[in-house]
Ligand binder design. Structure first.
Ligand SMILES: NC(=O)c1ccc[n+]([C@@H]2O[C@H](COP(=O)([O-])OP(=O)(O)OC[C@H]3O[C@@H](n4cnc5c(N)ncnc54)[C@H](OP(=O)(O)O)[C@@H]3O)[C@@H](O)[C@H]2O)c1
Length: 337
């Protein structure tokens, strides 16, 4: 069993811990927190050994009556690999600790690409990261774009991608984020950082991205135009995307008219935390005009990177090949709407 540590047990970290625990070939050796809040308490309730991320704060856990298994240094020493899901910037600061222990590490998409040796998306470049010390699982939006670009590139060739990303202002628990009542071009200048980020996975791809932020917390929404080298029918593109395990082509009869309905569907399906691990592409939006493909897709920012982290563990350690890892991860988590 691969011993996995999770440093940073927040939105992404707690989901990754649960996804790792569900795998047949991995176990969670422990999770690290800086303070004894509700997530620390639930980590202990779930049976995850809890480690102090900051030594000076051990007393806070003692005062709250929450038992610790040790410090993050000890956790990293014990693990075969660390998934770092700390807030943006802290992951990069932690790299020295991981290197000191010679423990491979996964960073998240909030870190700069140059904080890691390589960037990762399971469908697109699984085979490139084996043996790397530090790998960055790209952000939710870049994951969503990569999952779409790769099959299109394989099947038809891609001349150019233009993507407008309508981004949620914050996650549901992020009360300090916004806008509350506005629609912001963000950034105002072009391109948004997403295009260059997609280029860390597809170095030669011609892609322009524009970003906006809106007062929503549920999901991001992408308005996509891809100029293809071939001219497939819209039905053929729909079929192609339906065959992908992490893209869900929403059938018209489900009447999922937006992110709210998709999240409701996830709850009705019994998804943990109402997570939607798949790109949600509206089948009716898939349109071809000459060689231009158009579509809308919704991306659940809190969860689409979770199966990618699981695959990245096997890819870095070289314990499984791409197809088998993706299948194992999907089966264990229940990915596939
Ligand atoms: N949320 C998203 O939509 C999303 C999507 C894709 C990728 N990402 C990326 O994933 C990373 C994590 O984001 P997130 O949304 O999960 O953030 P988050 O919800 O704020 O969780 C991060 C957790 O790390 C803990 N932490 C803070 N300082 C720490 C330290 N020094 N050592 C260990 N733990 C520490 C915090 O918990 P305590 O202080 O309570 O311990 C916090 O709950 C970022 O790079 C982000 O860009 C986020």
């Amino acid at each position: 069993m691969i011993q996995v540590a999770v440093n940073g047990y927040g939105t992404i970290g707690k989901r990754v811990a649960d996804a790792v625990r569900a795998q047949p070939d991995m176990e969670v050796v422990g999770v690290a927190k800086t303070r004894p809040n509700f997530e620390a308490e639930t980590a202990v309730d779930k049976g995850y050994p809890l480690y102090a991320a900051i030594e000076d704060r051990i007393e806070l856990f003692d005062d709250a009556g929450i038992d610790l298994a040790g410090t993050v240094d000890e956790l990293v020493a014990e693990a075969d690999i660390v998934v770092d899901a700390c807030p943006s910037g802290i992951g990069a600061d932690n790299v020295a600790m991981y290197r000191e222990h010679d423990t491979p590490a996964l960073l998240q998409g909030g870190e700069d690409a140059d904080a890691a040796d390589a960037s990762f998306n399971a469908r697109s470049n699984y085979d490139t990261v084996e043996g790397a010390d530090v790998v960055r699982v790209v952000s939710c939006n870049t994951t969503g774009l990569s999952r779409l670009v790769k099959p299109l590139e394989e099947a038809y060739g891609v001349e150019k991608v233009r993507a407008t990303l309508v981004r949620r202002g914050g996650d549901p628990a992020q009360t300090g984020r916004g806008p509350i009542n506005d629609i912001l071009p963000n950034p105002v200048g072009l391109p948004s950082h997403h295009g260059p980020d997609v280029n860390t996975i597809f170095p030669d791809l011609d892609i322009d991205t524009l970003g906006l932020k809106v007062p929503a917390t549920l999901m991001h929404m992408h308005s996509i135009n891809v100029t293809l080298e071939d001219r497939p029918s819209a039905d053929a593109v729909r079929d192609l995307l339906e065959r992908e395990s992490r893209t869900f082509v929403i059938p018209e009869h489900l009447d999922l008219d937006g992110a709210g309905a998709i999240k409701e569907y996830a709850m009705d399906r019994g998804r943990p935390r109402a997570d939607v691990w798949e790109n949600c592409i509206w089948g009716e939006s898939v349109t071809m005009e000459d060689d231009d493909l158009y579509l809308f897709q919704a991306i659940h920012q809190e969860s689409d990177v979770v199966p990618e982290n699981v695959d990245a563990i096997r890819a870095v350690l070289g314990t499984d090949d791409q197809a088998s890892s993706i299948e194992t991860t999907n089966d264990a988590m229940g990915v596939g709407l």
